[in-house]
Design a protein around this ligand. Sequence first.
Ligand code: F6R
Length: 615
Amino acid sequence: MCGVIGYVGRGASPAFFLNALRRLEYRGYDSAGIAMLTADGVVIQRAEGKLSQLERKLDNLPATAKVGIGHTRWATHGKPTENNAHPHRSGPIVLLHNGIIENYRQLKEMLVAKGYEFLSETDTEVAAHLLHDEYKNQTQGNPEERMRLALREVVKQLKGAFAFGILCLDTPEVLYAAKLGSPLVVGQAEGESFLASGITALVEHTRQFLVVEDHELVVLKSTGIEIEHFNGYAVSRPFSKVEWSVAMMEKGGYRHFMLKEIHEHPQAIAQTLNGRIQRDSGTINIADLGVEKLPLKSLSRLQIVACGTSFYAASLSKYFIESVTHLPVEVDLASEYRYRTSTVNAQTLVVAVSQSGETADTLQAIKSARAAGAQTLAIVNVPGSTIAHACHAESLTKAGPEIGVASTKAFAAQLTDLYLLGLALAQERQALSASELRGYVDELVKIPSLVERALGLSESIEKLANRYHQLSSLLFIGRGPQWPVALEGSLKLKELSYIHAEAYAAGELKHGPIALIDENMSVVCLAPRDAYYEKTLSNIEEIKARGGRILAIGQENDAQLAALADDYIGIPECSETILPFMTTVPLHLFAYWIAVRKGTDVDQPRNLAKSVTVE
Ligand code: F6R
C-alpha cells in the first residue's frame, strides 16, 4: 500500500519527486524517502511522517539528477520511523518496495550469516541485500547485464508481493523495476521514462502508459523502456493513452479533496452514464458498458465481491438488479469470499467492484472465482488496473481520479455502473418490456441534476455538524436499499471523524441494538417516502419512546417526519429508483463537516490508505 516513483532522463529536481509522491500520498503517508543518483554518487533523504517532513530535507538533495526513485510508505513490517523509511541501500544497490516479502525471515537469517548488517526492521531491506549479494555473484557481462541476471535470481527467491524501484551506482543512467502482485505502471515522454504505483503520479509528465504485468522485470533508460519476463524473454506491448488531466487531480478551490469529490457526484454519475444509455431508443449500449462479450443471456446468477464502500455500493445494487432481472444476486465481502466453498460455474457472473482496481482481497476473490470457472467482470475506476486485467470484461466507472482517501464520488459512479449492468441484463434477457426499460433510462438521466440539488444541503449540514461533533457514538438505520446507505454513512463517519458509529437494518433494531437507546444516543434515521416508509416511521417512534435523539433524513416537506425528528434533512423529491443516490449525499456531507469541525485530517485519516494492497 505504499507509493513508488522512479525517473530516468535529462534531469529531474527534488521537487519533481516530491510532487509525484504527493499524487501517490493517498496510498500511504507514514514516512517517505527519495534517492537521487548523480555523477558524484547517490544522495538519500528520508523522513518519518507525512511528505511535508521530507519536504524540509529537499535542500540536502542534488539540484538535479538523471536517475532517481521515491517512496511514500504505509507501514507493514516495522514502525513508521526514518530508519524504516525507503529507500534501503546495500552496497551499490538502492531499492524501494511496495508489497510484502513473506519469506523475509528465512532470507534475513541467510543474509546475516553471510555478514550483511540490517539497519531497519523492514522486509524490504532483505531484498536490497539479496540483490546486492546476487549482483556480486554475477561474473558475466557489463554491470547492466549483471543487474538483469541478479534481478532474475532475486525474484525466484522471493515469496509475497512486490513492485520494486531500483538504482545501481554502477549503471548511473538506468532504472530497474520488478513486479509481482503489487501495481506498477511505466510511462514515457521525449527523452524521459518513468515508473509509478499509479498513473496519477505521472499525468503531469506523460499520458503514454503501460501497465506492468506480474512476473515482469523492467529496465528504464532515457531512450526507452524494455520489459522482460522473469524467465528472461523479451516482452512487447503497446502503450495506451489516458485521458485524465492535471486539473482533475487538483483541489479546484475546495478546502479538501473530499469536499470537491462530494461535489463531483453529479459529474461522476453523468460521465458513467455517458454513451451507455441511448435516450432515443430507451436502451442500454452494452458495448460501451464493456459487457458485450459476456454471456449475459445464459447467466443463472450474479455474485458481487468488494470491500468497504465498494461493498456497500454493491449491496445497494442488489435490490435494483434483482428487481429488474429476477436473477439472484449475492454480495460478498471480498476478504471473506475466499474462505467459503465456491459454488460458481460458467453460468455465474462474478463481479469485482473496486475504485482503485487494486484491492488485494478483491483481486484474490475474483481470481479464485475465475479459476473455479465463473465469468468475471471488473467494475473499476482506474483504467488498466490489476483487477481489470484479472477479469474477462471491464466496465469503467468514470468518476475521474479520486484523491481523498475516503471514497465518495466513486460510490456514486459504482452505483450508476451497477444499475446499468442490471438494465443491460434485463434488456438482453428481455426481463423488462421496452417501455419499462425506457422508463428506467429516463429515470437515470435525471439523477445528476437531482443530486446537484441535494448538494445544496451542504450549508445546513455544516451547521448541524456543530451539534453532533462531540458525540462519542452514533447509530444509523435504514430499510431496504437505505440499509446499505446507512452502512456507508456510518463507515464514512467513523473513518473520518473517529466517532464510533454502527448501522443497522431498521427492522433489526428490536432484535438487540435497541438496548443501546437512551437519552445519550443519537440515531441517524434514513426515512425517505419509499415502500418501507411507514415501517421505518414506526422504528423511529420506538427510538423516540426510549429517549433517543433523532436526526432524520427524508424528503422535502415531510411534515410528519420533521415533527418526529430532533433534526431533519429534506432531500429533493425523486422516484424510488433514484433515492439511494440522493440520501448518500447528506451522509457524505455530514461525515465531512463533522470531521472538519473536529479538526481531523479529512483527506488522509489516520491508519488508512487509499489502495489496500495487503490482505
Ligand atoms: C471507505 C473506503 C474504503 C474502500 C475499500 C475498497 O471510504 O474508501 O472502504 O472503499 O478499501 O477500495 P476499492 O474500491 O479501491 O477496492
